[in-house]
Design a protein around this ligand. Structure first.
Ligand code: XMP
Length: 514
């Protein structure tokens, strides 16, 4: 049972599904033209029609599918969704004299089941607006620029011109809850415990008595995915962790602790440090590093799979946003691996059937499930770490000695931030550092230590604040903290005599240095 969100091309469509789920009601997202059977198979209790860039009268503008109107289920149109609903039911939509973008004060003019009474802030982003209501509809609310900012027939159909899904509409969650729970009668049973129970059942049904293999990286997605499968099939899961030698301090131990100690799962640790170093010898080009690491990883994983007698199932940590972006929301198909489309980049001839326990979860839900499964908090809230690991932070040639320097400097920096409570791993609160690490430059400079002249390498400290990692600002860290980190690095890490702080935003720089 779900609230089906139909996507009419809004940048906020995923947010609609997420906000509904935050109210404890399961919601799925579908392209507006998804086959009726695929949508109805999820047993929707109601529909939300998202916003979108089109104008309802434009040629080829997406319309509300007939099955939605014929279903007899409640429908909430948001922005374009409200306009499409108006058009479909015989009302009139026109271009507004002015585009309305930004905050507005909503004034509820009639008590109704959708909107809490009163005046409150909402977020607007539209060009067209409803000018004549369909028959049987009444106006529910207005703003200064939108005489009809919300409408409804008070039984089944509702429309809002504003965006309840964005954070700038503080009461948006409450409005979506009223729609989903009070109007649609949906159950509020989407809790981490129920997600776990449902996923375990689904994995058991898929794998049966079979055996599964999981590649774990220490990242939150691969760990939670493997933990869920372990809960479902126990000892028939083998987790494989490849130590590339490109990991941060303590990472291998943390994976061992999580899998062996916390979960009691079978974990194979492959120490491939020497192999990776050998393959990377003399390589300085960033793209070449990435390619070599990707290929090497596949070969090693293949080798391990063969040793294990090639199980039929492979666990992947694919999450819902990946699924939505690939427009493949169909639940019914078992998905098989395709190496060039797959994030892990595993080869096709391995011919595994994929088990994707996180396929319907957003990142924040993956974290809640991880916590409910009892995984260690630092693992659940870990900051992002690139697949190629320290290789892309060790500029120039990668050697065991340079990696050791980088690892030591990185640990000093991140531990200082954690101790100061500044690195709230994973949390995206305003001002919190989202990602922080050290970079080793192949640049030597002159220094003086005691009475001795030194000529050694440089460490860069990089710390950024960001919501989505697409754009980022450098973190305004306290000068005292930077001073202490710098002092410790030059004193404790042999071969480093200079520490610099990166004060570049993204764009034009990237977060990583390679
Ligand atoms: P950039 O450097 O592009 O990084 O600003 C944005 C975010 O992506 C992470 N990143 C990667 N993650 N494989 C990954 O899994 C990679 O090759 C990779 N490169 C960058 C980076 O750490 C940051 O969070």
């Amino acid at each position: 049972m779900t609230i089906a969100v139909l996507d009419f091309g809004s940048q906020y469509a995923q947010l609609l599904a997420r906000r509904v789920r935050e109210q404890g009601v399961y919601s799925e997202l579908f392209p507006h033209d998804a086959p009726a059977e695929a949508v109805m198979a999820t047993k929707p209790r109601g529909f939300i029609l998202s916003g979108g860039p089109a104008s309802v009268y434009a040629e080829g503008a997406p319309q509300i599918p007939l099955y939605v109107l014929e279903s007899g289920l409640p429908v909430l149109g948001v922005c374009y969704g409200m306009q499409a609903l108006t058009h479909a039911l015989g009302g009139v939509v026109d271009p507004a004299p002015q585009r309305e973008y930004g905050p507005a004060t909503l004034e509820v003019v009639r008590p109704n089941p959708l909107l809490p009474e009163g005046r409150y802030r909402v977020w607007m982003s539209h060009g067209d607006r409803v000018v004549r209501l369909p028959e049987g509809f009444v106006r529910l609310a207005r703003t200064a620029n939108s005489p009809i900012a919300a409408m409804g027939d008070l039984r089944r159909y509702f429309g809002v011109q504003f965006h309840p899904e964005v954070q700038h509409t503080p009461r948006g969650g409450e409005i979506l809850r009223r729609f989903a729970v009070e109007i649609c009668g949906a159950q509020t049973d989407w809790t981490p415990e129920n997600i776990i129970a449902e996923t375990v059942e689904r994995v058991q049904a898929q794998v049966g008595e079979g055996e599964a293999l999981a590649a774990v990286s220490g990242g939150v997605d691969s760990t939670v995915a493997a933990a869920l499968v372990h809960r479902a099939i126990g000892g028939r899961l083998t987790a494989v962790f490849v130590d590339t030698g490109l990991l941060r301090a303590g990472e291998r131990e943390q994976v061992e602790k999580t899998f062996r100690d916390a979960l009691g799962a079978r974990l194979v640790v492959v120490d491939a440090t020497a192999e990776f170093l050998q393959a990377l010898r003399g390589v300085t080009d960033p793209e070449a590093k990435r390619r070599i690491i990707g290929e090497k990883f596949i070969r090693i994983f293949e080798r391990e799979a063969h040793k294990l007698g090639k199980p039929r199932f492979l666990v992947q940590g694919t999450i819902y946003p990946d699924v939505v972006e690939s427009r493949a929301p169909d639940r019914s198909k078992a998905h098989r691996i395709k190496s060039h489309h797959n994030v892990g980049g595993l080869p096709e001839q391995m011919d595994f059937e994929l088990v994707e326990p996180l396929r319907y979860l957003f990142k924040d839900e993956v974290r809640s499930v991880g916590e409910a499964l009892g995984l260690p908090r630092p693992m659940v809230w870990r900051q992002p770490f690139p697949g190629p690991g320290l290789a892309v932070r060790c500029l120039g040639e990668i050697t065991a000695e340079r990696l050791a320097k980088l690892r030591a400097a990185d640990a000093i920096f991140t531990q200082a931030l954690e101790k100061a409570g500044l690195l709230r791993n994973g949390a995206q609160e305003a001002g919190a550092v989202s990602q922080a690490f050290a970079v080793l430059l192949p640049v030597k400079s002159v220094g003086v230590m005691g009475d001795r002249r030194t000529y050694q390498e440089t460490v860069v400290l990089r710390a950024v604040t960001t919501d989505d990692f697409m754009t980022a600002d450098w973190a305004r860290l306290p000068a005292d903290l930077l001073a202490e980190v710098s002092r410790r690095i030059v004193n404790e890490v042999a071969g480093i005599n200079r520490v610099v702080y990166d004060i570049t935003t993204k764009p034009p720089a990237t977060i990583e240095w390679e």
